[in-house]
Design a protein around this ligand. Structure first.
Ligand SMILES: [Zn+2]
Ligand SMILES: [Zn+2]
Length: 311
């Protein structure tokens, strides 16, 4: 926001309706870019964390252009793809309401490299940190709504891939694979965490997303899903330790040896287990690779065969 917003006095009311545009910038790690405003008396929301944006100027042909211009002017940030998200209302100093058009944009950069022309700093925050920040509750609500939407989209992508998979792995002519319903066992390197699982393995795939690379210390991880109800933790260590990598999605790992074992979305009926956690993963063959765009360039990628029977 510019220091004058949301009351917009940039244009006479008869020329342009008062309106503001702000941008919700997020990255692949599920973090949101917030702007710490100057703590100066008289400005709007002094000393608060907020979104970058400001009031429409007469030369802006659209509110998207307002959003783009504000990003450029306030931080030097140029985002090619802005998507309209929602319209909020803020109360102006005259008691009237001002519409704030919210756009979203993805960015993966380091805010420390940006040159701010107003405000104190830009920083990435996860939504769960935001209740501890000084920020408008409306901004927090907005981000929470967006994070939920994003999460549901991710789940839909996985669900679609699962539906597209026409044949369960290990079914029929699978070379050496176990039949769908057989018991499989596995665990971590130190054997503290162990499990058994039954049911048909679903959508075996590799993932080269930044989370998988960072957590595994390798170029990708390999995943296969089973019904959550079929899973039993059988080792002395009980359940793995959990770490949330998305607002509603967590990874399970051994707190002693660090082995990455599984991933579980809140409310999901299936759990993804790493190939490497199984005693015998010989029947599992990935049918696709997620997040190819983040993959290392020095390895070939896994072919996408998930429309065909898996062998
Ligand atoms: Zn262990
Ligand atoms: Zn991943």
């Amino acid at each position: 926001m510019t220091e004058q917003t949301p009351p917009t006095d940039a244009a006479p009311p008869h020329q342009l309706p008062q309106a503001n545009a702000s941008t919700l910038i997020y990255n692949e790690a599920g973090e949101y870019l917030l702007h710490l405003r100057d703590d100066i008396p008289g400005i709007w929301e002094p000393g608060s964390w907020s979104l970058l944006g400001g009031g429409r100027e007469p030369e802006d042909r659209s509110l998207e252009e307002t959003a783009r211009r504000e990003l450029r002017e306030e931080s030097g940030l140029e985002l090619p793809d802005l998507t309209p998200f929602t319209v909020e209302e803020a109360r102006g100093s005259d008691g009237g309401t001002v519409p704030i058009h919210i756009f979203t944009g993805r960015w993966a950069g380091d805010p420390a490299t940006l040159h701010l022309t107003e405000g104190v700093m830009l920083h990435w925050f996860r939504p769960e940190t935001m209740p501890r920040l000084r920020m408008a509750s409306s901004t927090h609500d907005l981000i929470r709504r967006h994070a939920e939407l994003l999460h549901r989209e991710n789940l839909r992508t996985v669900a679609k891939a699962t539906t597209d998979s026409s044949s369960p792995v290990g079914h029929g002519a699978s070379g050496g694979g176990s039949p769908g319903g057989s018991l499989r066992s596995g665990g971590c390197l130190c054997r503290g965490i162990q499990f058994t699982v039954t049911g048909a393995p679903d959508y075996p795939h590799t993932c080269s997303c930044t989370h998988c690379q960072r957590l595994s210390g390798g170029p990708m991880m390999s995943w296969v899903s089973f019904p959550l109800s079929s899973l039993t933790w059988t080792g002395d260590g009980g359940e793995p330790a959990w770490h949330y990598t998305w607002p509603d999605s967590r990874r399970g790992f051994c707190p002693d040896c660090g082995s990455q074992l599984c991933a579980l979305d809140d409310g999901a009926s299936s759990i993804a287990i790493t190939f490497s956690a199984f005693e015998d993963a010989s029947g599992l063959v990935p049918v696709n690779q997620s997040f190819r765009e983040d993959a290392v360039t020095w390895l070939p990628q896994v072919p996408d065969t998930h429309h065909n029977s898996v062998t």
